[in-house]
Design a protein around this ligand. Structure first.
Ligand code: FAD
Ligand code: SF4
Length: 510
């Protein structure tokens, strides 16, 4: 029985379940760079380079290993510009008994592939993606009957399941499940942050860079200084580099932001984990080993592992449990368009400029920039969820619908009514000042709230609190905010609302 095996652009590993039991002498692998996938959003140029180059490297490796691979390189004049087009041409050519693939990472494509069997008249087997620690049904079982889903409890289940940082008698190592309280230091330049791990582009990557520059020149960002890994071996080197040089300080400075340093002590591994170059469990095991060997402290190692077996698995579970309806949620009733400066970085707000400019150059910004700067601003300004979600999906090298959507729509925009997070992460400029040195270099004054040079986050924060009283006043985690707001003199409240009203009318000029 000959099979046609489809490997998608975020399934770039020979361990993918679609290849389980496959036979190089009998089956044919299909990989394709198609216009439909490369352009359903304004993908950052570096993301396109990463994926096309990593796909080409994997295809070359598979061929070397003796597989028959049909690989379609991107050309605008290709006859088949969708995966369905490529597969249906391959069916005509190869006459397979079956199509096999691993479940994909977004609803849009999942929906298409689940109709292939009836449309293409060939049996289609969609296998579960074993790269995740919890399967979709395992998550659904855990979630069943719970009114609100909280990551912390799910995370403990995943720690128990994997045995990561667990004592032999089933207790969390270090005596606690979570050391987050130790992970909130501001970074003032010391200790120095390691330079990001670099791989110089080889001939395949250089060819892809030219292709992207030629055919995707209107996409967001730049392909200049492309230095991502594009093979599993180099991604493994990136992991080793992180464990040795950044993990020891990862926890302490996890929430810090810097005016002069793009990467700080973050791992920069999400682009590799999400496209298959690195296995998430292997990554966590490497971090855990560093703790057992005394090379990194528990707060950093636990915090890092929590992001992967906790948050990463949790948001994926939420996505599949609630799609396709989840993408349409807008419980705070937001109506504002995304300010144009999200695409240019052209704003006098230093924190926003730095986060967007780093995003444009690197296809990367770290978590706190995404959550507390660009995300926080969109939340306070009441931007339409679908517009800010589209932005996040386009601009990061690690962005895929299953991980981007819950993070943006749920965690940042609270558009799901608190299903994912118990309270919105709304914050004034004080938070950004506490965690960064941006404010010292800003046109606006973080100490002011109502004047024409006042930090926009300050009045927008109170406007958000005021306009969403009905949604949040009874939330115990927000009660203090309402007490603080109500305690302010009426004239002060009025001035804050006026300043915010003006800003909301002039968002594009900030
Ligand atoms: P590190 O800080 O080193 O963290 C380690 C790993 O933990 C990451 O590589 C990632 O795999 C995982 N991780 C951490 N936080 C999360 C999280 N909240 N959800 C899922 N995984 C997490 N992550 C993506 O992979 N793709 C996205 O499209 C994406 N969009 C986001 C949008 C917003 C608004 C926010 C607030 C977060 C988003 N994240 C996304 C999560 C997180 O910001 C990135 O995973 C992280 O910044 C990647 O950089 P890193 O590898 O250096 O992470
Ligand atoms: Fe951002 Fe406000 Fe600080 Fe400027 S003053 S950097 S806008 S928080």
């Amino acid at each position: 029985m000959a099979n046609l095996i489809l490997i998608l652009g975020d399934q770039l590993t020979t361990d993918i379940s679609a290849l389980d039991g496959a036979d190089p002498g009998r089956d044919r692998i299909v990989m394709a760079e198609v216009h439909e996938e490369a352009s359903y959003t304004n993908h950052h140029k570096k993301k396109l380079v990463l994926l096309f180059s990593a796909m080409r490297h994997l295809a070359r490796q598979l061929e070397k290993d003796g597989w028959q691979v049909h690989y379609q390189k991107y050309y605008p004049e290709n006859t088949h510009q969708s995966l369905e087009g490529v597969i249906s041409a391959q069916i005509a050519d190869f006459l397979p008994d079956r199509i096999i693939t691993t479940e994909c990472g977004e609803w849009r494509l999942h929906d298409q592939i689940s109709h292939w069997q009836e449309r293409l008249k060939v049996p289609v087997e969609i296998r579960s993606d074993a790269r995740f620690i919890a399967s979709k049904s395992e998550f659904a079982d855990w979630a069943e009957g719970r009114k609100q889903l909280r990551m912390e409890f799910f995370y403990r289940e995943m720690r128990r399941k994997t045995g990561l940082l667990m004592t032999p008698d089933g207790k969390p190592e270090g005596g606690s499940w979570n050391f987050d309280a130790d992970n909130r230091r501001k970074w003032s330049g010391k200790p120095p942050a390691p330079a990001p791990f670099r791989v110089e582009p080889d001939a395949i990557t250089r060819e892809v860079i030219d292709l992207v520059e030629q055919h995707f020149s209107d996409h967001f960002g730049t392909s200049d200084d492309f230095h991502f890994a594009v093979t599993p071996e180099d991604a493994q080197e990136a992991l080793n580099y992180f464990v040795e040089f950044a993990l020891p300080c990862f926890g302490d400075y996890q929430d810090a932001m810097s005016d002069s340093e793009d990467w700080l002590f973050h791992s920069i591994l999400s682009p590799y984990i999400n496209c298959g170059l690195l296995d998430p469990l292997t990554v966590c095991e490497a971090a855990a080993r560093a703790w057992y060997a005394g090379q990194a402290p528990i707060n950093g190692v636990e915090g890092f592992i929590r992001q992967i077996v906790g948050w990463r698995e949790f948001v994926r579970g939420i996505y599949w449990l609630n799609m396709p309806g989840y993408a349409k949620e807008n419980r705070l009733g937001n109506t504002r368009a995304l300010p144009w400066f999200y695409w240019t970085g052209d704003t006098k707000m230093r924190c926003m400029h730095q986060a967007i400019d780093a995003t444009r150059r690197n296809a990367y910004a770290h978590h706190i920039q995404r959550l507390m700067v660009t995300g926080n601003f969109a939340l306070l300004a009441g931007v339409k969820p679908e517009e800010i979600c589209d932005w996040y999906l386009a601009v990061y090298a690690d962005a895929y619908d299953w991980v981007e959507l819950p993070n943006v729509l749920g965690m940042v925009m609270h558009a799901d009514g608190g299903y994912l997070g118990s309270k919105p992460y709304a914050a004034s400029g004080k938070y950004i000042q506490r965690m960064s040195d941006h404010c010292a270099n800003c046109h606006y004054k973080v100490s002011k709230s109502t004047e024409s040079d006042a930090c926009p986050f300050n009045s927008l924060y109170w406007h958000f609190i005021d306009r969403h009283r009905a949604e949040f006043e009874r939330n115990p985690r927000m009660a203090m905010m309402y007490r603080n707001w109500d305690k302010q003199k009426p004239e002060k409240r009025e001035a804050l609302l006026q300043r915010a009203g003006y800003l909301l009318e002039h968002l594009d000029q900030l």
